[in-house]
Design a protein around this ligand. Structure first.
Ligand code: SF4
Length: 407
């Protein structure tokens, strides 16, 4: 039985109807699990593995119908998660979302009940289908009423079922401080979606949300609580890329600010796709590579520890990223001579395209045993030699393309 079939089967026997009310009958609308799972399609919880499109009913591995996805825990483990909305009803008017109250093509509304969702999660956990829960939601009737249900689900899991698995809870915009505190006590990770890099962009995208009050002040409160309490949960956020004409540079600047000032653990990027019936249905679909290039920039900042000023060299004059590897674009502008892996410092090595933090450390270790003289030696240390070669001088030899690139 596939995970989707298993989830459907569990929901069908749960004794709750499509809106989460208890029922004596055979109950459940079999579309409920699919609809609430698919509702999280644009809620990203990992920069990989969540965008695969699998065509055809004979294939396995589709994550787009919702249900199962993969994410990384704070200690770096990859875990499989039951990823779902609590409800797809929402009072907000986001112009990019089909759950918006203003959507001209609204789908049927569904909701879980806390006991129902906790029970399904436990059954999946016990069956080894999942290791955790990623729970997002529309606001339902009211953000605080729905936050209470989300928290109740978490409490049933943690207290009634002694569930110790990973739990990521979405904080709804405008949620009360008390609800944020309770969610943080239960969750390994919480997140509130920023959606846009500024107040002006958000008011165009989501006219009913207040950027400062509903989102930024909530993020600041999460940061304060993380410092004051022993709560393990850090916060992440997500942006919709390109819905309102915002540039990559504006997005990047905002995220750097969030890493430094809000204590953000990770940012996720979801490229804008126009959806039928929404206010932005006629806007241009953004290319998936835009999202990928932003993840690369994010990685250069967080993992490679490149300076902000240096990373910004990858933007064009309009503030957009071209569809080329940003690290290579930066290296072409900053490496003023070929790098010799036998003498270069760690900071120089990681600036070479094709060399990452791990391979840079391995190079430093390996050269203590003897001079590196061949491409193959670098390859065995993890260097992607085709990308690195034009920037290296190895054993007195350098790629003839280099001088062209460096002019
Ligand atoms: S808050 Fe906006 S993006 Fe989130 S579910 Fe509601 S309408 Fe959709």
């Amino acid at each position: 039985m596939t995970s989707s079939e298993k989830i459907n089967c569990l929901a069908a026997g749960s004794g709750f109807d499509s809106l989460g009310s208890q029922t004596d009958g055979p109950a459940v609308d079999s579309h409920k699990v699919g609809a609430l799972g698919a509702g999280t399609k644009y809620d990203v919880c990992a920069s990989t593995a969540s965008k695969r499109q699998v065509e055809g009913v004979e294939r396995v591995g589709s994550v787009s119908r919702g249900g199962l996805c993969h994410s990384y825990t704070p200690d770096g483990r990859c875990v499989s998660l039951f990823k779902t909305l609590y409800t797809n009803a929402c009072g907000h008017e986001c112009n990019y979302c089909q759950n918006a109250s203003t959507c001209g093509k609204p789908g049927k509304k569904y909701s879980y009940a806390p006991e129902e969702l906790a029970e399904i999660t436990m059954q999946l956990y016990k069956g080894n289908y999942i290791e955790g829960l990623f729970l997002s939601s529309g606001t339902g009737g009211d953000e605080n009423e729905t936050m209470e249900k989300i928290i109740e689900t978490g409490e049933i899991l943690r207290n009634k079922y002694s569930f110790q698995g990973y739990m990521h809870l979405k904080i709804l915009p405008g949620a009360s401080k008390e609800h944020i505190r309770q969610a943080m006590e239960l969750a390994d990770r919480v997140s509130i979606n920023l959606e846009a890099p500024s107040k002006n962009y958000l008011s165009e995208m989501s006219p009913t949300k207040d950027y400062i009050k509903d989102i930024i002040l909530r993020q600041r409160y999460i940061k304060e609580l993380s410092k004051k309490t022993s709560s393990p949960s850090g916060q992440t956020t997500q942006l919709v890329v390109g819905a309102a004409g915002e540039t990559d540079e504006e997005i990047f600047q905002k995220i750097i600010y969030e890493y430094n000032e809000i204590g953000l653990k990770r940012a996720y990027y979801s490229v804008f796709t126009p959806l039928e019936g929404t206010g932005f249905s006629d806007r241009e679909k953004q290319p998936l590579w835009r999202e990928h290039r932003l993840y690369q920039m994010d990685w250069l900042y967080r993992v490679y520890d490149l300076r902000k000023k240096e990373i910004e060299l990858a933007f064009d004059e309009q503030g957009f990223l071209p569809d080329t590897d940003p690290k290579t674009a930066i290296a072409r502008q900053t490496l003023d001579s070929a790098v010799d892996p036998n003498v270069a410092e760690y900071e120089e090595l990681i600036r070479v395209p094709g060399i990452g933090p791990i391979s840079a450390e391995r190079i430093i270790m390996a050269r203590r045993q003897g001079k590196l003289t061949k491409d193959r030696e670098l390859q065995t240390l993890g260097v992607r030699i085709n990308r690195a070669k034009p920037f290296l001088e190895l054993n007195g030899w350098r790629d003839t393309n280099l001088s062209r690139w460096l002019t």
